[in-house]
Design a protein around this ligand. Structure first.
Ligand code: ZN
Length: 400
């Protein structure tokens, strides 16, 4: 037993520290806390005083470390009969959360640490089970961000995040103006986004003006059924990313085609390209060169198309944007490749969302930033098999 009193470091209201003992190596300290008999017990559910004691209970809870010592408190507390709640809840002691095995101040500390450290790191640092750490963090997150805050929304950005590559997705809704993540939902279906809009009041829905997104039909369908007045704007970054995949396709298929036609196309290519064209007499060599040039032509064409595509988003005049879009589609159709033609068709079909960009010139950098930050959260392995927890972590990361 230590002669030094440490009890003043444990100033919990409604509680009296009755005993304290520190192990000789000072690695562990124990305290015993009892309810302060000067107060009438109050209900932890409603905060009203109770009229009857139901039973007396005890439990061990972990507290903040005291110097190098881990601290445990043996808490004696009462179950009460609450006339308001008509239950027998435990009394409120301002010491521990009724559902957690740690003191309130340790729980707060775990929550703060979890903002900057992974669950595993916090668990190791405090010598707590990782499940306890996660439960504490999730409880605080649920309290702070569990309810969707639909206030002040005018322009939204909607995007998908893959949780496991190509398997499961989350839909992330961002307040475009503040950068706050408003909502995260499971999947990327029409009903996913419909669920988000369903949580809004009619007034809140009417205040919405535009939503920026990818050319993804389920999202478009959800906007059209739930908030038909809202303007859909397609995001440049997504459209260009989609076209880049077309470029890859073109490159692959062109190379494949070329090598099927003549396996030696690339082997002899250098010789043919360097040679003076009029000196190439053999018909076989001529065909070879033509093939090479054709191959380059298609690839060059799609590279030029990519630059021109980005340019469409720079217009502020709907008329000019429309003209640029038409020109682009005509050019793309002229390229002799089915994937490029198909993409031109798609772009034509979605023209409204590209032209809406003139009215709502929403920049794309913000969305990229969001995606990168979410990737960081994911990489830190916040146990994202728990989708709800992962979602709350995302909302928290963008709250400030
Ligand atoms: Zn009560």
């Amino acid at each position: 037993m230590s002669a030094l009193s440490i009890s003043q470091y444990f100033p919990f209201p409604r509680v009296r520290i009755k005993r304290q003992w520190v192990l000789p190596d000072a690695k562990k300290a124990y305290l015993e806390a009892v309810p302060d008999s000067r107060f009438r017990p109050i209900c932890h559910l409603c905060g009203k005083p109770a009229n009857r004691i139901h039973s007396r209970e005890r439990r061990w809870v972990r507290d903040l470390d005291f110097g190098p010592a881990r601290v445990w408190i043996r808490c004696l507390y009462r179950k009460i009969v609450c006339p308001h709640c008509r239950q027998t809840p435990i009394e409120e002691l301002d010491l521990f959360d009724p559902y957690l095995r740690v003191t309130k101040r340790l729980a707060r500390y775990v929550f703060e640490l979890s903002k900057i450290m992974t669950v595993q790191e916090v668990s190791r640092h405090l010598g707590l089970d990782w499940k306890t750490v996660k439960a504490i963090d999730r409880k605080f997150l649920e309290r702070e961000y569990g309810q969707t805050d639909y206030q002040g929304l005018r322009i939204l950005a909607v995007d998908e995040v893959s949780i496991r590559k190509g398997h499961r997705y989350l839909t992330v809704v961002l307040d475009y103006e503040s950068g706050r993540v408003v909502w995260v939902g499971k999947d990327r279906k029409a009903r996913t986004l419909r669920r988000f809009f369903s949580g809004m009041t009619r007034e809140q829905r009417q205040k919405l003006e535009a939503v920026v997104m990818d050319m993804w039909d389920p999202y478009i369908a959800a906007v059209r059924t739930k908030v038909p007045h809202v303007k859909i704007v397609f995001d440049l970054f997504h459209v260009v990313a989609q076209f880049s995949r077309i470029i890859d396709k073109v490159r692959n298929s062109e190379y494949r085609k070329a090598s099927q036609a003549n396996k030696e196309v690339f082997k002899g290519a250098r010789y043919l390209l360097l040679k003076n064209r009029s000196n190439i007499r053999r018909p076989k060599d001529r065909r070879h060169l033509e093939e090479l040039l054709r191959l380059n032509k298609v690839i060059n064409a799609v590279l030029i198309l990519k630059d021109k595509l980005k340019h469409i988003w720079t217009y502020r005049s709907r008329t000019w944007a429309e003209k640029a879009l038409e020109e682009w589609c005509a050019l793309a159709r002229a390229v002799n490749h089915p994937a490029v033609k198909k993409f031109a068709k798609t772009l034509c079909r979605y023209r409204y969302g590209i032209l809406n960009h003139c009215e709502f010139p929403i920049h794309t950098g913000k969305l990229e930033g969001v995606n990168n930050k979410i990737k960081v959260i994911k990489r830190r392995a916040y146990g994202f098999h728990d989708v709800r927890y992962f979602s709350l972590k995302i909302i928290q990361a963008f709250a400030n």
